[in-house]
Ligand binder design. Structure first.
Ligand SMILES: [Zn+2]
Length: 314
């Protein structure tokens, strides 16, 4: 474990903000997130070093759905890719796109079919392998020629990175002068966190090393040479499900049970029938209310995730 300073202002003065166990990792200890006394940024401190972090990114973490869930989720994933494309097309209709933390390349595959020239950055071996099978140009770091990309996206990946300031500086180099950066990240200023605290689906310690709000992400972007164009709070892709899983985490014996069942086809196995018996009725009862309530939270800028659009200050 190592101690770190605030990524935004460099201060060493941070106080404990919350603590929680990893929902599925190899250790059962509590991880602590601190809040910077100077700028209000929230981050895991102390945190596992690079080697200590590896066991938290086990194979199934990247998704291995059963064939039934695959059929159900394929259409959902295509729809979510369509929603992402709509966000991008507000600014650019064609060109070169880089997706950082591209996973198995599903989103880039969709964008390629829409005539975009696609590139990915992914650090996991399994993700890279799946991208290569789709013949997607994928690399492990951001080494491209200067001002190459029209659009750069990070969908729920910046919060995982050890050094988001360094990553944003790399992005600044490879984004075109009139290019647009789109970041989707969990919102620590959400009502979900305020109400449910350690049960929040997006807390995900210690993998989510940094917890942004609209204000702190804006500060980090400004420090990295970007200007925020727009911040969106509504997300059909992330908010209704995130709220529903957060609610279910308060009473299912296994944390994130439905998420693990749907995405990874691997739960902890203990009390499977009991978990499923509680989860299925809860899905029926909470699905529609979670949909509406998540939109009410978003309306008040307190939704589970934020989408920030930025361009270079140049
Ligand atoms: Zn700070």
């Amino acid at each position: 474990m190592k101690h770190v300073k605030c990524e935004i202002c460099g201060s060493d003065d941070s106080k404990p903000f919350c603590s929680a166990k990893c929902p599925d990792g190899p250790v059962r200890e509590n991880f602590v997130i601190n809040k910077c006394e100077i700028c209000g940024f929230v981050f895991v401190n102390p945190r596992p070093d690079k080697d200590e972090m590896k066991p938290f990114y086990f194979d199934e973490y990247y998704g291995k759905p059963s064939w039934i869930m695959k059929r159900v989720s394929n259409s959902a994933v295509s729809f979510f890719s369509f929603l992402r494309k709509r966000r991008i097309h507000k600014y650019k209709k064609a060109g070169k796109i880089l997706d950082i933390g591209c996973g198995d390349g599903t989103f880039l595959n969709y964008m390629r079919a829409c005539d975009w020239k696609v590139f990915g950055v992914e650090t996991s071996e399994s993700g890279c392998g799946r991208c290569e099978k789709k013949k997607i140009n994928v690399s492990k770091d951001i080494t491209f020629q200067s001002e190459y990309f029209d659009i750069i996206t990070l969908w729920q990946s910046l919060e995982h990175m050890e050094n988001p300031f360094g990553v944003l500086k790399e992005i600044h180099k490879v984004l075109a002068e009139d290019g647009v950066l789109i970041i989707s990240a969990p919102n620590i200023n959400s009502m979900e966190y305020a109400i449910f605290d350690r049960f929040w689906f997006h807390l995900d310690l210690p993998r989510h090393l940094h917890h942004f709000s609209g204000a702190t992400l804006k500060k980090l972007l400004q420090k990295s040479g970007f200007k925020v164009l727009e911040t969106e709070h509504c997300s059909f892709e992330y908010n209704p499900y995130g709220l529903m899983q957060t609610i279910m985490n308060t009473f299912t014996p296994e944390f994130n049970f439905f998420y693990k069942f749907a995405k990874r086809n691997k739960t902890q196995g203990k009390k499977f029938i009991l978990n499923m018996a509680v989860t299925l009725p809860a899905l029926i009862v909470f699905a529609i209310p979670a949909f509406f309530v998540s939109y009410i939270f978003s309306f008040f800028k307190r939704g589970g995730v934020i989408h920030v659009y930025a361009k270079k200050n140049s």
